[in-house]
Design a protein around this ligand. Structure first.
Ligand code: HEM
Ligand SMILES: *[C@@H]1O[C@H](CO)[C@@H](O)[C@H](O)[C@H]1NC(C)=O
Length: 324
């Protein structure tokens, strides 16, 4: 395949002026064919392990997709989420949105070991593994497959504080959710279509308890059933599906929102029945699965392009859990 034209992929470019003499253009650019020469087996290997993991446990597809989101929203898609805490290093795994919640790290380790083996060395970044595994997870659960962009490098740092501040909480109102997305350069359409990721996966009682006991924009039968599974106190880790078909990537999530059966408070914020633009988007994606698929891929690539480390920035981590 020919090298892509420099302007055919979204990129963030700026000019670095060094001591008035040298001018370096700096483009954080990603490509679909980044590994084609260095390790042609990299992407097929990731796909195979993702598919095996999903066969063992269908939920794993959802968990892997979420890892990419929680990585990208915290100072870019740089694998920072994957770093383990040590006595003298605090990473992002214990931040509120992640603690007792994000999962799939063992599968990432398995992928990393497999690519290191087929590539005869340390070639594929952990940040790219998350981006590719997210894409392959969506496809394996019946969703769209899009051309994923790669060439990211891994961070040497992480920020628990930024994970707490940047990842949206399920208690937020619409404006709060939108602000978190806008802070990343994403918009309302990205918010609605990417929330469609909740067409797969599960959530813990602790994340939707207030909604089922206190919200009024919830179907009463739906709330009643959930209260039996998620008591007012205790059972924090009891799991419930985020939509009615939580192992298939379909438009059921949007259909549930139209019926006031969003599981999270934040989900139902996208459809309030007040004729807002967001309401219109929920109806549109419910009626047009093809548009949902296409737009989901576009927004995933946009999210995947958030501040990647490229060139000589960062490193290719040997082990995704620690800096080299
Ligand atoms: C719009 C703001 C969002 C909020 C407030 C939110 C919140 C949550 C919460 C509270 C959970 C359950 C966590 C738990 O039980 O511990 C969850 C699960 C999940 N989220 Fe989101 N999320 C948002 C957007 C996204 C986006 C953009 C994606 C991916 C593109 C995503 C993918 C997922 C997936 C796949 C799961 C299920 C994970 C599993 O079963 O392991 N979410 N989300
Ligand atoms: C519901 O609202 C009340 C009053 O604001 C609050 O005390 C309570 O913690 C909320 N959540 C639940 C699960 O009842």
């Amino acid at each position: 395949m020919a090298a892509p034209a420099a302007n055919s992929y979204s990129q963030i470019c700026f000019i670095v002026v060094l001591a008035t003499t040298v001018v370096l253009p700096s483009c954080a650019q990603l490509y679909p064919d980044f590994y084609d020469k260095a390790c042609p087996q990299a992407l097929p290997t990731i796909k195979k392990i993702v598919e095996q993991a999903i066969e063992r446990e269908p939920r794993m597809g959802a968990s892997l997709l979420r890892l990419h989101f929680h990585d990208c929203f915290v100072n870019g898609c740089d694998g920072s989420l994957l770093l383990d805490d040590t006595p003298d290093f605090t990473g992002e795994k214990t931040a509120n949105p992640n603690r007792n919640s994000v999962r799939g790290f063992e599968v990432v380790d398995e992928i990393k070991a497999a690519v290191n083996s087929v590539c005869y060395g340390n070639v594929v970044s952990c940040a790219d593994i998350l981006a590719v595994a997210a894409r392959d997870s969506v496809a394996a659960l019946g969703g769209p497959s899009y051309q994923v962009l790669v060439g990211r490098r891994d961070a040497k740092t992480a920020s628990k504080n930024d994970a707490n501040n940047n990842i949206p909480a399920p208690t937020l109102e619409f404006q709060g959710l939108l602000s978190k997305f806008q802070a990343q350069g994403l918009g309302q359409e990205d918010l609605v279509v990417l929330s469609g990721a909740h067409t797969i996966g599960l959530a813990r009682c602790a994340t939707f308890r207030d909604r089922i006991y206190n919200d009024t924009n919830i179907d009463s039968g739906f709330a009643g059933e959930l209260r039996m599974k998620c008591p007012r106190s205790g059972g924090d880790n009891n799991l419930q599906p985020l939509d009615d078909t939580s192992t298939s990537f379909d438009t059921e999530y949007f259909d549930d929102l139209l019926e006031q059966k969003g599981l999270l408070h934040s989900d139902q914020q996208l459809f309030k029945g007040d004729g807002s633009t967001s309401d219109g988007l929920v109806r549109y994606y419910n009626d047009n699965p093809t548009a949902f698929w296409e737009d989901f891929g576009v927004s995933m690539i946009k999210m995947g392009n958030l501040k990647p480390l490229t060139g000589t920035n960062g490193e290719i981590r040997m082990n995704c859990r620690k800096v080299n």
